[in-house]
Design a protein around this ligand. Sequence first.
Ligand code: C2O
Ligand code: CU
Length: 464
Amino acid sequence: MSGESHHHDHGKAQHTHGHGPVVHGASGDTLAAYKQAYEAAVPHADGSVVEVELEAREIDWELAPGVRTTGWGFNGQIPGPVIEARVGDVLEVRLTNRLHEPTVIHWHGLRVPAAMDGTDMVQHPIAPGETFTYRFTLPDAGTFWYHPHMNETVQLERGLYGALIVRGPNEPVLDAERVLVLDDVKLDRKGQIKALGGLIERHDGRQGGTRLVNGKAEPTLPMAAGQIERWRIINASSARYVRLSIGGRPFTILGTDGGLIEAPVRVSEVLLTPADRVDIAVGPFTEGETIAVEALKYNRMTVARAKNESFATIRVGPTAPSRAVIPPTLRRIEPLVSGPVSPTREIHLGVKPSLRHGVNFVVNKEPHHRDKPVKVGELQVWDVINDTMMDHPFHLHGFFFQVLEVNGEAPAFRSWEDTINVLPRGRVRIAWVPDDRPGEWMYHCHILEHHEQGMMGHFEVVPA
Ligand code: C2O
Ligand code: CU
């Protein structure tokens, strides 16, 4: 019937341009949940479908002029392309794996359906040569990122990561915006990425001596005098804590993992653990200044010693007009909890002695801990307790939380987070509510070496 085909042409399917979900090897529940999530991804009223093709493959990576190494990147670049969209858009990403090993992509910080979370809990690994399509709606504005969730200590270390920016309707208007993805790599004498190794690296996490901003070693960032820029910063490194300083000058925090905070906060430094994001307003500076963007010494109790280290240098050029306005109120964040609460769950980050490895990193005494399910709509108050003598960045997949207490004290401001540092022997109390996205989820330490060893938990979100 012609009516049928007319309907078909203008239905949901048109956005896929004829290439529907491509799934290999998936079966049963996994496939059904995937198909359902795929079909349910429809743009909001004024939204559109943002289509992105990604190809993971080996590339010739120029870290600095004349310094080349073999990396793995998306679309021949490190970081991968910045994916930009608006709240209410659908993001459809077709990932083709041209690596020699399987991969999957995790959408770090995004509230996607479980089936689109890009872990091996919810999908089959994408084998070399295969293509897989992720498709989901973007409910929140913020600075997010994407990275493999398989053999991460190799795949991220070699350069597979990228920024994902979702813009909201009421963003502050500054003079310019930059996305800065921080990373580091460990090179051998031939300038190649060193093979993973050693007990210290297993313990501390891999920290390389070559510090990168957007895939380049200690670049110069030209900036106009008199202007205020919005910097969206992502720490994509395996284990490095970045206690960010901009030449000791004050700057303004606008947002964190889960988007804007309630009001701008003036600081002179901010800590980004691995996987953390922060949006800041930087400047204005004066023509002729050079300002160091650096990581101040942060002692996370590793075997290796901490020191101040440079990431980039701002070179301030001629003055340009400014129209930047930082409003005194950025948005309202309703507190999930008011008054005293008791935790519904304790999560212990720990170590276990190991004959082969010295120690193994675990949750509640076991590697890859199976945790109790949570119910849609039921307030979660979790105490994340660090039983070890070093810092761990705790990351929850797929849901934002509010931090209620850090070592018994309320944080300086309210925010939505997906990653929070837990100090040695420290305790962080978080609150979150599982919205209606049932399925398999996880949390873990985002020091990739710890994650790999099993400092993680799996749990199910079950319907109410
Ligand atoms: Cu960036 Cu499982 O995380
Ligand atoms: Cu850890």
